[in-house]
Design a protein around this ligand. Structure first.
Ligand code: ADP
Ligand code: ASP
Ligand code: MG
Length: 410
C-alpha cells in the first residue's frame, strides 16, 4: 500500500462533470489499496473572476483582504470534490489549507510554506478517508489567511507529498505532460518523457506556467517523485526526477518565455562604488523584484544601468527610484515596455560552449533584435520585443530540433 498525492488544476475541476471525473481518478487510486490525498484548485477561471470582482470595488485592494477573497475559490472545490466522492461510495473529508496544517510566512499574496503539521491528515488517512485539501492557501503564525502566489496549488501538493513522505505526487492538468515548449503557442512542441528537477526549475522560473516554481523546488529538495499528466487522456505524463536517472543529457531540453517584461534604464549615474547596492537595496526594500541587470561604465564619469522587472512592478519601481533621485544621483530614468524574455534550457549546455552563439545566430537570421542577455550553466535568456516572442520561440524550437526525440544529445 502506498500514499499518493494527486493535484487537479482549475481546468480539470472546471465544472461539476469534471469534478466527478477527477473524483473517479482519486477513487481508482484508493481502490488499488493506496491512501489518497487530493489537492484542488479553484474551479476554472474563478480565481481570475474573484480578482476582477475586487478590482470593481478597489483599484488597490488590501493584500490581506485579497487573500481572504481568493482562498474562497479553492474552498468551493474541496467541498464539491468531497461530495462527489461520497456519491461514489467513498469516505472523504475536505480541509482548508490551515485545517490541513499548512503554515506560511506572514506575507500576503505570495507566501512561502514554512511548516506543515500533517497530524489531521494522517489521522483521516488512517481512518480510511480520502483527504481533499484546498490548494494555494495557508495561514501564518497568528492565524491570518495567506496565499502562495498564482499557480500555488502545485506547491501545496508537492509540499504535502514531502511532509507525508508520499510515494508519488501526480499533477493532473489540461496538457498531457511537460512539453519542449508551451504547446498552446508552438504546434510542434513535443511531450517529454522525463526532465530533471534542475531543468524543470529553470523552465518554471523562466515562465513555463505548467508548474509553480516552488513546487519544483520542494520536489527537488525532498526528492518527491513528480509526474505531470492529463486529467482526461489515459497516457503516461512527464516524470520530473534526478538527472542521474535520465537517459540522455539534451543540450536544449525546452524553451520558456514570458511577455510581461519591462526594461528600466538609469542614465548619468555617478561612478560610485556604492551605486549598484544603493539602487537595488531601495528596490528590494520596496518589494520590487528585479531580473536581468546590465551596467555599463563606458560613459566617462557616469554610467548607465539597465534592469528588467515584470511590467506589474514598473509603477512601483519608478516611484521608488524617482523618490530617491537626489540620493542616487542619476540624471534621468527611462523605461521600455512590451518586451519579452525567451529562454533555452538544457543541462547539456554546461559542456557545450557554442549554444549561446547558436541562439543569437538563429535570432539574427530571423531579424530579431536582442536587447539584453542573461546566462547560467543550463540556460540562456534573451530579451526581445513582445511582438517577436512567438517567432523567436518557433525559430529556436526548429533550430535546436526539439520536435525530434533525442535531438542534439551532448
Ligand atoms: P492548471 O490549472 O492545471 O494548474 P496551468 O494553466 O497552470 O494548469 O498549466 C498548464 C498550462 O501550462 C498548459 O495549458 C500550457 O499552456 C502551459 N504551459 C506552458 N509551458 C508549458 C510546457 N513547457 N509544457 C506544457 N505546458 C506548458
Ligand atoms: N487558483 C489559484 C490560481 O488560479 C491557484 C492555482 O490554481 O494553482 O492561481
Ligand atoms: Mg497551474
Amino acid at each position: 500500500m502506498g500514499l499518493i498525492v494527486q493535484k487537479f488544476g482549475g481546468t480539470s475541476v472546471g465544472s461539476p462533470e469534471k469534478i466527478i471525473s477527477a473524483a473517479k481518478r482519486a477513487a481508482e487510486e484508493k481502490q488499488k489499496g493506496n491512501q489518497v490525498v487530493v489537492v484542488v484548485s479553484a474551479m476554472g477561471k474563478s480565481t481570475d473572476e474573484l480578482v476582477s470582482l475586487a478590482s470593481s470595488i478597489s483599484s488597490k485592494p488590501s493584500r490581506r483582504e485579497m487573500d481572504m477573497l481568493l482562498t474562497t475559490g479553492e474552498q468551493v472545490t474541496i467541498s464539491l470534490f468531497s461530495m462527489a466522492l461520497h456519491e461514489l461510495g467513498h469516505d472523504a473529508v475536505s480541509f482548508t489549507g490551515w485545517q490541513a496544517g499548512i503554515q506560511t510566512e506572514s506575507v500576503h499574496g505570495n507566501a512561502r510554506i514554512t511548516n506543515i503539521d500533517a497530524e489531521q491528515i494522517q489521522a483521516q488517512l488512517e481512518n480510511d478517508h480520502i483527504v481533499i485539501v484546498a490548494g494555494f492557501q495557508g495561514a501564518d503564525e497568528r492565524g491570518s489567511i495567506t496565499t502562495l502566489g498564482r499557480g500555488g496549488s502545485d506547491t501545496t501538493a508537492v509540499a504535502l507529498a514531502a511532509a507525508l513522505k508520499a510515494d508519488k505526487c501526480d499533477i493532473y492538468t489540461d496538457v498531457t505532460g511537460v512539453y519542449t515548449t508551451d504547446p498552446r503557442f508552438v504546434k510542434d512542441a513535443r511531450k517529454l518523457e522525463a526532465i530533471s528537477y534542475d531543468e524543470m526549475l529553470e523552465l518554471a522560473n523562466l515562465g513555463a506556467g505548467v508548474l509553480h516554481p516552488r513546487a519544483v523546488e520542494f520536489a527537488k529538495n525532498y526528492q518527491v517523485p513528480l509526474e505531470v499528466r492529463s486529467s482526461t487522456a489515459r497516457e503516461n505524463g512527464t516524470l520530473i526526477e534526478e538527472e542521474a536517472r535520465m537517459e540522455e543529457n539534451l543540450i536544449v531540453r525546452g524553451i520558456a518565455f514570458e511577455d510581461q517584461v519591462t526594461r528600466v534604464t538609469l542614465r548619468g549615474l555617478p561612478n560610485k562604488l556604492s551605486n549598484l547596492s544603493n539602487v537595488f537595496t531601495e528596490l528590494a526594500k520596496n518589494g520590487v523584484n528585479v531580473d536581468i541587470i546590465i551596467q555599463s561604465l563606458t560613459e566617462g564619469y557616469t554610467s548607465s544601468l539597465s534592469f528588467t522587472v515584470n511590467t506589474s512592478y514598473l509603477e512601483d519601481a519608478m516611484d521608488v527610484l524617482n523618490s530617491q533621485k537626489k540620493k542616487l544621483g542619476f540624471e534621468k530614468i527611462e523605461s521600455e515596455k512590451k518586451l519579452a524574455k525567451v529562454s533555452i534550457v538544457g543541462s547539456g549546455m554546461v559542456s557545450n560552449p557554442g549554444v549561446a552563439a547558436e541562439m543569437f545566430e538563429v535570432l539574427a537570421e530571423e531579424g530579431i533584435l536582442i536587447k539584453m542577455v542573461s546566462t547560467s550553466e543550463i540556460k540562456v535568456s534573451a530579451v526581445v520585443s513582445q511582438e517577436h516572442m512567438v517567432k523567436a520561440v518557433e525559430a529556436l524550437h526548429e533550430a535546436f530540433e526539439l520536435s525530434k526525440k533525442g535531438a542534439a544529445v551532448s
